[in-house]
Design a protein. Structure first.
Length: 766
């Protein structure tokens, strides 16, 4: 029971004065400690980390999703498997049906309330969603996003801060029964408790009992070191008295519940009952059973010794002690005691959740946030950041990268081969998944963002796009012949990959076959400054020096920078900054920033459509055609290889995704892998999984596109009747025509007339 505030302060002042006899030293010490306490307690008591979430999973009838994959998403989000479901965050699966009770979450658009759902599946899709409460169909629902990381000033410490209203009475009463029965009647220190502990310790001949109050324990954890010295114990007592003098019992108890150390999650210290309940039981603290509360309260005495996972027998014995004390204090009754003593220590298995599991993606989020927020904001203000990370895409990246790299290491003999992957949404530029290395779970060097490597032939789409915008067509003749010129003060003589000159060829073939000599000649003809300007419009923002070697990709880029350029191509010439963040809210769930879709048209749809056609041909008949998945017009892209096979690249897109893969050695040694034998293998494995329901890649055809045929060997216009012809798109008015000696006749007109003639002949014989 709380004491009268005036009496309380009088007693505390008397204790403090009596302790130091009113001396100057004592006065100065008390004043300094009081200032220290108020400075920390009056302001922000904890530096609340910015919490990072994955994208929320939206469920609806017809969504392609299996119950197994939904289970994996639920486990990432901290759900627990239980039947029957006891509280929010519980689920169980019965064949092709999954029952769950969702958790509430406040989105920028408003709160999403918890709901009990039954989700049915059929043939890899959601067939029905039913409310278990009403039996009605639910057309759409959104799950609370998975917490995937945080930015905290203390790298190895974390907590979920509870407000007084969120703390169940069962917890506070149990905690006081075990740790401090007279919490509401003492003034921070308990002389009787100290004497009782001293007697118990003397009797046993060792330290078996402490006399510290909850207030003293809070002071020790919050302000002091763990040294067991007399001076520190005196300081602890003074600060406990000062804490009680300045603050209410409720404030002190709430602070203790949020501060106490309760375990270790790998390298992360678990502080407070809020986070401990999630870590050990995958429940909100309000949903804990008496047995689970007894487990956590018992762990206060020794979090490591009584850890339910590492030392279950010790924990079980301690839980029995706490439950008996709860029974003795009438916190639980005899029936509850009997039930809770028989329950298992935990009803959830240790699962690998998403907390800081995706370091490369979190690195990207942090960098993008720092353009608008101070570092202190990220580490102390409790921001809530909803991102674009799609766990299903991220898992596929990790799985396929691991299996593909294992095979490539064996084939190439490169034991230290490294990789980086960036996958984005083709239509919106959202970063869906990212890997900074072959070990996706470490926070070491992030190659996706920081490995600047020569891009090789990945630059060629920029060269030919520049050419198309300046009057070239896909059928334009280009020279693939030797050339020698000065490059950065030295003579430079580029060569083709096959060491062969191919003479005069159509532009589309120069790109699909990735002929170096043709690219250099075209680039020089339209001008290096033009190429650099095109790259800048595609999204590469850094300065470039106009050396001829630029035309063969002697520019260093990161996989993310390459992804930005190819995103502009994939979206039809519309520039969209790649983004990893959807929205940022403050600790009160108020929206601070929303990162919407930014779109800027930088190239005409017609010119990008022509380039798109050529990049599809890269997959069907060019350097990307070595794998079976390349043959069905589902992908477009480009290989890239740097000098001496030091870097292996592939960048491309499907109907839904754009992705970039880089392979190489960190010491820049040769890998023996080209773009098609290395990166394309990984790229194809990843895209084949994330685009599991593949469909033909179709770029919307602009209205003023005309299709015509040429003979790729003679470069002359021809018809479908020719034994050697290929059909190409042209901007209307630039298509080739067949000369009659009088005037030009368009090839499509000839084919249409021939078709009409055949139809007329067929109609006669019907």
């Amino acid at each position: 029971m709380k004491k009268n505030s005036i009496i309380k302060k009088f007693v505390l002042l008397t204790l403090l004065v009596g302790l130091f006899g009113g001396g100057i030293y004592g006065y100065n010490l008390v004043t300094r400690l009081n200032q220290e306490i108020q400075a920390k307690f009056n302001g922000q008591r904890w530096s609340l980390p910015a919490v990072v979430y994955a994208r929320p999973l939206e469920l609806y009838t017809g969504l392609q999703l299996t119950p197994k994959l939904l289970e994996k998403e639920l486990q990432l989000a901290g759900f627990r498997e239980e039947n029957p479901i006891q509280a929010t965050g519980g689920y169980f699966r019965r064949g092709e049906e999954l029952h769950l009770k969702t958790r509430g979450f406040t989105f920028p658009s408003g709160p999403e309330q918890p709901a009990k759902l039954i989700i049915s599946f059929r043939r890899g899709k959601i067939s029905r969603i039913i409310s278990a409460s009403t039996g009605e169909d639910v057309p759409f629902t959104r799950l609370a996003p998975s917490r995937i990381g945080s930015f905290h000033p203390l790298e190895h410490e974390d907590r979920l801060v509870l407000q007084p209203a969120e703390i169940p009475e069962l917890l506070t009463r149990s905690l006081m029964a075990v740790e401090d029965k007279h919490f509401y009647s003492h003034y921070g220190v308990s002389p009787t408790g100290i004497i009782r502990a001293m007697l118990a310790n003397l009797k046993s001949g060792r330290f078996v009992q402490g006399g510290s109050t909850l207030t003293q324990q809070l002071v020790k954890n919050f302000f002091l070191t763990r040294d067991r010295t007399l001076s520190r114990k005196i300081q602890e007592a003074i600060m406990a008295l000062l804490l009680e003098y300045n603050y209410s019992k409720e404030e002190i108890l709430t602070a203790y519940i949020n501060e106490v150390f309760l375990g270790q999650d790998g390298g992360r210290a678990v502080h407070g009952f809020g986070l401990a309940s999630q870590f050990f039981f995958r429940r909100n603290v309000a949903d804990l059973s008496p047995a689970q509360i007894a487990t956590l309260v018992g762990m206060v005495k020794g979090p490591s010794y009584y850890d339910p996972r590492r030392n279950p027998e010790n924990c079980l014995q301690r839980r029995h002690v706490v439950l008996r004390m709860m029974l003795a204090e009438d916190i639980i009754n005899a029936a509850e005691y009997a039930v809770n003593t028989k329950t298992p220590l935990t009803d959830v298995t240790t699962q690998r959740n998403g907390f800081n599991r995706f370091p490369a993606f979190l690195d990207l989020v942090r960098r993008q946030l720092k353009t608008e927020y101070r570092e202190d904001d990220l580490r102390s203000n409790g921001l809530k950041i909803i991102t674009t990370l799609d766990p299903q895409v991220q898992w596929k990246i990790e799985e396929q990268l691991e299996s593909s790299i294992t095979v490539l290491k064996a084939k190439s003999g490169q034991k230290n081969l490294e990789a980086a992957v960036v996958v984005t949404g083709r239509e919106n530029g959202e970063v869906l998944g990212i890997s900074g290395g072959t070990n996706s779970h470490t926070s070491s060097f992030n190659r996706a963002l920081d490995a600047h490597r020569p891009i090789g032939s990945l630059i060629k789409p920029a060269i030919y796009l520049a050419a198309l915008t300046r009057g070239y067509t896909l059928a334009s003749p280009v020279m693939d012949t030797s050339i020698q010129l000065e490059n950065d003060g030295k003579m430079w003589q580029p060569e083709n990959y096959d060491k062969v000159e191919h003479g005069t060829i159509p532009l589309y073939r120069a790109l699909t076959k990735s002929f170096n000599l043709a690219a250099v000649r075209v680039g020089l003809e339209i001008g290096l400054d033009t190429i650099i300007s095109t790259m800048r419009h595609l999204g590469y923002a850094k300065q470039l020096t106009p050396y001829p070697s630029l035309l063969l990709g002697s520019v260093d880029m990161t996989p993310l920078e390459v992804g930005q350029m190819y995103q502009t191509i994939a979206s039809g010439g519309f520039y969209q900054p790649l983004r990893s963040i959807v929205s940022v809210m403050n600790s009160d769930n108020q929206l601070l920033s929303r990162y919407g879709l930014e779109v800027e048209q930088r190239f005409s749809p017609e010119h990008v459509y022509l380039l798109h056609h050529a990049l599809q041909r890269v997959m069907s008949e060019g350097t990307g055609s070595r794998h079976p998945f390349s043959k069905n017009n589902t992908y477009a892209g480009k290989t890239g290889t740097s000098n001496d096979y030091r870097d292996s690249w592939f960048a491309g897109y499907s109907t839904n995704h754009t992705s970039v893969v880089w392979l190489g050695n960190d010491d820049n040694s040769p890998t023996a892998l080209s773009g098609s034998t290395g990166a394309l293998t990984v790229w194809g494995a990843i895209m084949g999984e994330i685009d599991h329901d593949t469909e033909q890649l179709e770029q919307p055809e602009p209205a003023n596109i005309t299709w015509a045929r040429i003979d790729p060997e003679t470069l002359r216009p021809t018809t479908a009747l020719s034994h050697n012809s290929t059909l190409l798109p042209f901007i209307s008015g630039t298509e080739p025509v067949i000369s009659t000696g009088i005037q030009g006749i368009r090839i499509p007109d000839i084919e249409e007339k021939a078709k009409q003639l055949l139809d007329s002949i067929n109609s006669i014989f019907r």
